[in-house]
Design a protein around this ligand. Structure first.
Ligand code: ATP
Ligand code: MG
Length: 262
């Protein structure tokens, strides 16, 4: 059975239909990328899955079923229980989401204690352990650092470490690597793939770069103007597409970490 099934979803902003007829089925441990040009509705779709559409945004038709539960009708409290534990999200610039006046450690410990009633000291160790897992050297030092004093790649690893703390069944990532240089992009995308292997996490990753998508995805959804232009397994999209728009995106793929993957 699929972990997540999105069926014929319509999403509007201020009564203007923005995404229509979006469907997707994701199994446990599967990685699906959503690609497409700027404004095609990628962020809108994953925000809807997480119940985090901005003010004015609304799911107007269709369903999102996660682990047998309908998500579009959850209330605040039910969302609070799912988010961060079962389902978590990482953003384009995790650093920008962190309070600049607090250290990484303080933010991380607070995040853990919002989800689990454990002593500060234990939360601190748990956070440090997650940072180490994300290949951040000297986790103890990073915990005492302010976000703006870390590199973009380090901040993003902190964001992913936070998002993975509770071994979510589903991770939604919105352009998690696009603020980074190509080498760091490749490393982080690879590390996300390793987390999937270790925890069996299903991942939906938004990117406008088909190169990044091809790197770890099992499946790829191509969006354009709020609709699915094409979707299929990775190799079909990359090597056997007949779709002109997908072909155009493929032609625009840069190399990732010096290597071309498509
Ligand atoms: N808060 C909002 N209020 C009104 N319209 C919005 C809002 N957020 C996004 N939109 C509109 O919805 C459409 C899809 O936006 P979305 O952010 O989902 O695109 P995207 O594919 O993620 O683009 P990008 O690659 O630039 O991040 C755009 O036309 C955008 O103008
Ligand atoms: Mg976006």
């Amino acid at each position: 059975m699929a972990l997540l099934t999105i069926n014929d979803l319509d999403i509007s902003y201020n009564n203007t239909l923005t995404v229509s007829g979006f469907s997707l089925s994701l199994g446990q441990g599967e990685i699906c990328s959503i690609v497409g040009e700027s404004g095609s509705g990628k962020t809108t779709v994953i925000r809807a899955v997480l119940g985090l559409l901005p003010v004015g945004g609304k799911v107007t038709a269709g369903s999102i079923t996660y682990d047998g539960r309908e998500l579009t009708s959850l209330d605040k409290k039910q969302w609070h229980e799912l988010r961060g534990r079962d389902i978590s999200m990482i953003f384009q610039d995790s650093g920008a989401m962190m309070n600049p006046t607090r250290t990484v450690g303080a933010t991380f410990v607070e995040y853990i204690r919002a989800h689990e009633k454990i002593p500060k000291k234990d939360a601190w160790s748990k956070a440090a352990e997650m940072l180490t897992k994300m290949r951040l050297p000297d986790a103890g030092r990073i915990m005492k650092e302010y976000p703006f004093r870390l590199s973009g790649g380090m901040r993003q690893r902190v964001g992913i470490a936070m998002g993975m703390t509770y071994q979510p069944k589903l991770l939604l990532a919105d352009e998690p690597t696009s603020a980074l240089d190509a080498t760091t992009q490749a490393q982080i995308v690879r590390e996300m793939g390793e987390l999937r292997d270790e925890y069996g996490t299903s991942i939906i990753m938004v990117t406008h770069d088909l190169g990044v998508a091809s790197y770890i995805s099992d499946r790829i959804v191509v969006m354009r103007n709020g609709r699915i232009e094409e979707s299929g397994d990775r190799d079909t999209i990359l090597h056997r597409t007949e779709n002109e728009y997908t072909k155009m995106l493929l032609d625009a793929v840069p190399t990732l970490g010096g290597e071309r993957f498509v």
